[in-house]
Design a protein around this ligand. Structure first.
Ligand code: ZN
Length: 174
């Protein structure tokens, strides 16, 4: 009887060991099949981005709004950013620009100093600005071309006095 129980015990051990080995090999196969596809994506995307000119268009209006609050590009790409002012109001009353700010810029502090920078179309002195379009009135457009900066999430605003509370968004470099 004892030897019979031992035999069952041994058989159970063998089954559980076998099961464990099967699970391990299945998991190994899954990992192996996932890895190459991930590598393919990682190598393919930057190559495409390097030769790519990314054209971004953002519209603004007399309601003091951008039509987008997120712009996304790949690191290393060349960016052509166009701002359209689709409204009718004059630049002095409803001016719009797009100002992309460097990482770590204090938005409130920047916007407050921008109010005083009337002579430079509300672009204050300092080194916080990564790139900016012209200040536009209704019916106008401006395009700027620049190299995408390092990966990160950058703020963009309209620096016309009082506008940044509504007119702001994220410029994301992946
Ligand atoms: Zn504005």
């Amino acid at each position: 009887m004892k030897s019979f129980l031992l035999l069952i015990f041994t058989a159970v051990l063998m089954v559980s060991c076998g099961g464990g080995a099967n699970e391990a090999s299945t998991a190994g196969e899954q990992t192996a099949s996932e890895t190459p596809s991930t590598e393919t994506q990682e190598t393919a995307e930057p190559q495409a981005a390097e030769s790519e000119l990314v054209q971004l268009v953002i519209n603004s209006d007399d309601m003091m709004q951008f039509d987008r609050d997120e712009l996304k590009v790949k690191e290393g790409s060349k960016v052509e950013l166009t701002l359209n002012h689709t409204g009718k109001m004059a630049k002095e009353a409803m001016g719009h620009n797009v100002v992309i700010l460097k990482l770590g810029t204090d938005l409130t502090s920047f916007a407050e100093r921008a109010i005083a920078a009337v002579d430079t179309d509300y672009i204050p002195e300092g080194d916080e600005v990564l790139v900016h379009t012209k200040m536009l009135g209704g019916g106008e457009s401006d395009t700027v071309t620049f190299d995408a900066p390092a990966k990160g999430t950058y703020d963009f605003i309209c620096s016309f006095p009082g506008h940044y509370a509504l007119m702001k968004g994220k410029f994301i470099v992946e």
